[in-house]
Design a protein around this ligand. Structure first.
Ligand SMILES: C[S@@+](CC[C@H](N)C(=O)[O-])C[C@H]1O[C@@H](n2cnc3c(N)ncnc32)[C@H](O)[C@@H]1O
Length: 253
């Protein structure tokens, strides 16, 4: 399987992207007169628009990329062992299901964004992919889109680089649909995962971010709508393990 893949090394991409953001944030609002009530309202909307979440924390959009970069820098060495420990190896089954759904054939041009399965590595930002349009048969992103600052842009980029007929597949944490599992999962997430992070990886904070970022991620239906808004059609999803994760699929037609 030809598998070029891209992973953000944020020290580089994040800065470039932040510069671009400063230039393009809500340009229409900047022309209003700040002294007027309307201007004040627009300015406060602009302020809100430039804030985002980093787990349960509110941060500026400029800050978020660097913070996410630091999380993955700090967990990289223990990343696989932590995934095995936290999920008791089940993350491997979820990833196998993603591959079965993809059903690649020899010669499939696959772009796996946010790294993991690729053969050729390309440095890039999911929000600004360094590829021409209509290039790939399949775009996958596993546990990656939750971390990007503007998910709508990442989805639009996915749509842009896929060939007509190409498929988008996303494996991501989602909303648990069983009340009992949900209670146990919450308990496990907030009481156990950060402790495991501290004991195994010496990193409580990054694993606290992990569980918080999962709670901030849209539920299955809402994420489906976001994918449709980016231009994908025949969007469906499949919840796995009572909705702990979901695989969303869509086509560029
Ligand atoms: C949780 S890991 C997922 C790795 C792998 N896909 C897996 O399933 O195990 C998230 C990855 O997303 C990358 N990432 C975060 N923001 C990104 C962005 N804007 N563009 C591309 N990659 C990003 C991080 O650097 C990290 O490697």
């Amino acid at each position: 399987m030809a598998a070029p893949s891209t992973r953000a090394l944020w020290g580089y991409c994040g800065r470039g992207w932040s510069r671009a953001m400063r230039g393009c944030r809500l340009p229409g609002l900047r022309s209003s007169w700040p002294g007027s009530p309307l201007g004040a309202r627009l300015l406060s909307q602009e302020k809100r628009a430039s804030e985002t979440h980093f787990g349960f924390e509110t941060v500026s959009e400029e800050e978020k990329g660097d913070k996410v970069y630091q999380v993955f820098e700090s967990v990289a060495k223990k990343y696989d062992v932590m995934n095995d420990m936290m999920s008791l190896g089940i993350h491997r089954v979820w990833k196998d299901v993603l591959l079965w759904r993809m059903h690649p054939f020899p010669g499939t041009q696959l772009l796996d964004v946010a790294g993991g399965t690729g053969l050729a590595w390309v440095l890039g930002d999911a929000e600004e992919l360094p590829f021409d349009e209509d290039k790939f048969d399949v775009y996958t992103i596993a546990f990656g889109i939750r971390n990007v600052t503007h998910m709508d842009r990442a989805l639009q980029e996915a749509h842009r680089v896929l060939k007509p007929g190409g498929r988008f597949l996303c494996l991501e944490f989602s909303q648990v649909d069983n009340p009992l599992v949900s209670k146990l999962y919450d308990l496990y997430s907030f009481q156990v995962i950060p402790v495991l992070g501290e004991v195994i990886a010496g990193n409580w904070k990054s694993y606290q971010y992990l569980v918080e970022s999962i709670r901030k991620f849209p539920a299955q239906e809402e994420f489906k709508e976001m994918i449709e808004d980016a231009g994908f059609q025949k969007v469906t999803y499949e919840s796995l393990s009572s909705g702990i994760v979901a695989i969303h699929s869509g086509f560029k037609l």
